[in-house]
Design a protein around this ligand. Structure first.
Ligand SMILES: Cc1cc2nc3c(=O)[nH]c(=O)nc-3n(C[C@H](O)[C@H](O)[C@H](O)COP(=O)(O)OP(=O)(O)OC[C@H]3O[C@@H](n4cnc5c(N)ncnc54)[C@H](O)[C@@H]3O)c2cc1C
Length: 464
């Protein structure tokens, strides 16, 4: 009998029938994530209901050296949750309870299968705020957010998932349960082990519970769209806002080709500015429209802001944000998107964009590369639509574009993954951003936590 048959037979001793799916009964959502990189039906999907069951499943797989892949909402975009046909998936969907909201500690204790949106809603109902927010909020799970160290629009103000995890329960590959369920802000009792599992893409342990740090609800936000003569003027506005008002809750930059395309796709939407400019930022900031106007006026005088509009109503604010959101949404639904998610020191992103776009245009004049992103977090996204490219050349095209983008990132000593992780898609380029010694220590950590290499094998780097 194969190891996967043996593992499932032993799991049946403590899991009910409805906690195991095989063959046709496996929902197609377990085949791939949002990267669409590969579609594979895994051997089986198990749905534990308790940490004890997770522990038993892992102990069995470890003993049999059977690979097992944790999956959350499968909204990841790096192929990190995709399992091979001989692998077993462990899905935490049935571990989705909110155990407690502590208004004094301002924490929420949850099981890892809770969706991000449910966590956000529960915090709001308790007059608190969970600030991590990504487009896949309705499906992605807290465990997946932790495993990818998710970012999103509000990182500039509140930080990434890592900044919101105070405590964690995690099951190691051999079934041992680490209880790291801390609620305190300060706790220097030894190594902070939980940090190893944040952003580890399910390769070091399975997160089963977490203590999340909550924030006060934000005050009323003012939304603004500004136009600039060049990239560094946009950065200057950000620093000016931080000095004179506060750090914005979101600060997103778009270049003109992105802006124009977005407007052309937004039905009945005229340009809210009087003309087109080289570069734009849309942002939300706490403070009145009047405060903001005074600050903007100073940069108008120096010519570092060319035009601006401040939303007067919620509907106008929504329309301004649509300019930022339309392009990725439209390409994802009607085209064939190829996305990059890179970072480097904020002052260099403008130069990076110019060099990278130029190299793409020279090698692939038929393609339009669009640059935008969470600039306040030194994070640039690039999106291309490969819809009209011939099927036979797509793989070569993707390889060629990877080579260009990651080579320029390396030149700038940046990161090939700002917030989406490595998974399978960026594995071959990890050494562009991580030096040899650091890579070896990562491999040693993997060996320490998962000596048999059963947990999400070959993700982040190829297992030996
Ligand atoms: C429309 C859209 C917009 C997005 N926008 C952003 C954005 O702005 N910023 C950003 O950072 N990301 C963004 N993402 C990607 C984001 O990283 C993921 O959506 C999310 O964090 C992954 O959660 P998930 O539950 O779907 O995990 P999955 O995709 O299921 O898994 C992702 C990884 O986590 C592992 N994993 C899942 N659960 C566990 C667990 N309990 N324990 C251990 N490992 C686990 C998996 O093995 C895999 O390696 C976006 C995605 C979409 C679809």
């Amino acid at each position: 009998m194969s190891t996967q048959h043996q593992a499932i037979a032993r799991c049946r001793e403590f899991l009910a029938d409805h906690q195991i799916a095989m063959g046709e009964a496996i929902n197609i959502r377990h085949y791939t994530d949002w990267s669409n990189y590969k579609h594979i039906q895994p051997f089986a999907v198990v749905f534990p209901k308790t940490t004890e069951q997770v522990s038993k499943i892992l102990a069995i797989c470890n003993e049999l050296k059977q690979p097992i892949v944790p999956q959350g909402g499968m909204t990841g975009v790096a192929g990190a949750g995709i399992a091979e046909a001989n692998e077993i998936v462990i899905a935490l969907d049935k571990m989705n309870q909110i155990e407690e909201i502590d208004p004094y500690a301002s924490t929420m204790t949850v099981e890892a299968g809770l969706t991000l949106e449910e966590a956000q809603n529960a915090a709001r109902a308790a007059d608190l705020y969970f600030p991590v927010d990504v487009g896949g909020r309705g499906s992605c799970q807290i465990g997946g957010n932790i495993a990818t160290n998710a970012g999103g629009l509000s990182v500039i103000r509140y930080g990434m998932m890592r900044d919101h995890v105070l405590g964690m329960e995690v099951v190691l590959a051999d079934g041992r349960v680490l209880n790291l369920m801390n609620k305190m802000i300060k706790n220097n009792a030894g190594y902070d082990l939980k940090q190893n599992f944040i952003g580890a893409e399910g390769t070091l342990g399975i997160v089963t519970r977490a203590v999340l740090k909550l924030s006060p609800q934000p005050k009323e936000l003012t939304t603004c769209l500004c136009a600039f003569p060049d990239y560094l003027s946009a950065v200057k506005l950000l620093r000016h806002l931080q000095k004179r008002l506060t750090t914005p809750n979101a600060f997103e930059v778009m270049w003109d080709e992105y802006y124009q395309l977005s407007l052309s796709w937004m039905q009945n939407h005229a340009n809210p500015l009087s003309q087109h400019y080289p570069i734009y930022a849309v942002f939300d900031v706490e403070g009145s429209a009047e405060d903001l106007e005074n600050i903007l006026a100073e940069l108008f005088e120096t010519g570092e802001i060319l035009d601006a509009v401040i939303a007067q109503t919620q509907a106008q604010a929504h329309q301004l944000w649509l300019i930022r959101e339309t392009v990725p949404a439209e390409i994802s639904s009607t085209g064939r998107p190829l996305c990059f998610d890179v970072s480097m020191p904020i002052g260099q992103l403008g130069e990076f964009k110019a060099i990278c776009q130029d190299r793409i245009a020279k090698q692939y004049p038929q393609l339009v590369s669009l640059f935008f992103g969470h600039i306040g977090d030194s994070n640039m996204h690039i999106i291309l639509d490969l819809k009209d490219q011939e099927e036979q050349v797509i793989d070569d095209l993707i390889y060629g574009l990877d080579e260009i983008v990651y080579d320029v990132v390396r030149q700038f000593k940046g990161s090939i993954s700002a917030e989406h992780g490595i998974g399978l898609l960026k594995r071959d380029y990890l050494h562009y951003s991580v030096d040899e010694n650091a890579l070896n220590v990562m491999k040693q950590l993997k060996q320490l936590f998962d000596p048999n290499g059963i947990l999400n094998p070959h993700k982040v780097f190829k297992s030996s």
